[in-house]
Design a binder for this molecule. Structure first.
Ligand code: FAD
Length: 402
């Protein structure tokens, strides 16, 4: 009997499988996972322990067995026959489906310059093992890209005694999704730890032992890692004729243009509340969308609504952000000398985003409350948001109207 087939054994695909079963789905559930080992979480790959890359399993074989979920490892979905509702796998086998989820994630963007293929990238456990295996004390490592993963990687590598240079095309590190004041503080910590950071530079070439910049400078490099973002893995969606742009297009229930095929996680471009399609690349989003897709394939009618949340750990600093944190903050709250939160309001004084930085988990509770405030969609008093004496929890109560 045709059941649910899930292409991709990352956080999103595995979460979807459990969610479908939890929703009461009684048919077969098969996860087809291209990677050879048991599914693992990716965030620990750039926050490894003393001994190297940290492998944090997403689930145990026992739990999969208890939930009667078949996991095919080291096999990928090769093609989709939409009319026959059947996928063909890389080992030649075929699987019929009633519902198919594409949770194929994303792949690292490649450096386009001459010698760019010499650069390593960080997406899989194997990538992490390769990078940390090369990171002996004194080794000169150049990280290209000062986004979250590049900067996390730099923090880990300098901690292992490597000599680390970060090269960034933009005018400052973490320019894409971290408020400038918080990015400046994180960057300051990197500089204090001994990381060299060069911004507004272009890469001309990667040679055997150097990165050559467009202005002619040569950065000696034993190892080069490109951390210049990812591109969604939309190959299956495109080949099977689904609507694809920056990701496989899905509606708020995560259905593609074929009602029997869903897409979720890093590979999906999702219709958001404001009627704009967006793609997210965060662990929580992979979990949330996986959960919704799994339940919907089992008959629920849930809608994705956000807001999306992410975190980053660098040295002892913990960054967290939720929702839309682009532009100028409407209010800044400094709870102590080391902890600050930035709040972003829309035209109706409703919270749409918040970002915070502190030591360890210092901002976690407030970012959780900020998420609740975003979901509540209530107008807020901007002065109270900035006042550290006011508990954010209290602001969840609607403002009294006289
Ligand atoms: C190093 C690193 C650190 C990160 N740190 C953070 C962090 O601190 N905070 C945060 O919020 N997010 C972080 N992220 C992002 C987060 O891990 C991703 O958003 C999340 O893993 C996406 O999950 P996914 O299941 O959609 O995709 P993926 O995890 O990419 O899983 C997709 C899987 O599908 C497989 N696949 C592809 N095509 C096929 C096919 N045809 N058939 C079968 N299988 C296929 C792939 O091999 C892959 O295993 C980090 C990511 C990386 C790489």
């Amino acid at each position: 009997m045709a059941g649910i087939v899930i292409a991709g054994g990352g956080d999103c695909g595995i979460r979807a499988a459990f969610a479908a079963r939890d929703q009461g789905y009684a048919g077969t559930i098969t996860v087809v996972a291209a990677e050879p080992g048991m599914p693992y979480e990716r965030p620990p790959l750039s926050k490894p322990g003393e001994l190297g890359a940290t492998e944090k399993p997403i689930c145990t074989p026992e739990r999969l067995q208890d939930c009667k979920i078949d996991l095919l490892l080291g096999v990928s979905v090769h093609s989709v026959d939409r009319a026959g509702r059947r996928v063909v796998l890389s080992n030649g086998a075929g699987l019929d489906y009633d519902k198919l989820l594409l949770a194929t994630g994303a792949v690292p963007r490649k450096l386009a310059c001459s010698g760019g293929d010499r650069a390593l990238s960080l997406r899989s456990l194997g990538d992490a093992q390769r990078i940390y295996g090369a990171a002996a004390p004194g080794v000169q490592i150049t990280v290209i890209g000062a986004g979250l993963i590049g900067m996390e990687l730099a923090a880990v590598l300098i901690g292992r005694g490597a000599r680390v240079t970060v090269l960034e095309y933009g005018p400052r590190p973490l320019g894409r999704n971290v408020p400038e004041a918080l990015a400046t503080r994180i960057t300051g910590q990197h500089l204090a730890e001994g990381v060299d950071i060069l911004c507004s530079v272009q890469i001309a070439e990667v040679t055997k032992n150097a990165v050559i910049l467009a202005d002619g400078r040569s950065i000696p490099s034993d190892v080069v890692v490109a951390a210049i973002g990812v591109v969604p893995d939309t190959e299956l969606g495109r080949a099977s004729g689904l609507a694809v742009e920056n990701g496989i297009r899905v509606d708020r229930q995560l259905r593609s243009t074929d009602p029997h095929i869903y897409a979720a996680g890093d590979c999906a471009s999702v219709l958001c509340k404001d009627a704009v399609y967006r793609r997210f690349e965060t662990w929580q989003n992979a979990q949330t969308q996986g959960d919704i897709a799994g339940r919907n394939m089992a008959g629920a009618g849930l809608q994705f609504g956000g807001p999306v949340w992410f975190w980053s750990d660098q040295y002892d600093l913990g960054l967290q952000a939720v929702g839309d944190t682009v532009g100028q903050a409407s209010a800044i709250r400094k709870t102590d000398t080391e902890t600050e939160l930035h709040f972003y309001l829309d035209g109706q004084a409703r919270l749409i985003g918040a970002a915070g930085l502190g030591i360890g988990n210092a901002v976690a509770k407030d970012i959780k409350l900020a998420q609740k405030l975003i979901e509540a969609e209530v107008p807020l008093d901007v002065a109270l948001l900035g006042d550290p004496a006011i508990n954010l929890k209290k602001m969840l109560r609607p403002i009294a109207v006289s």
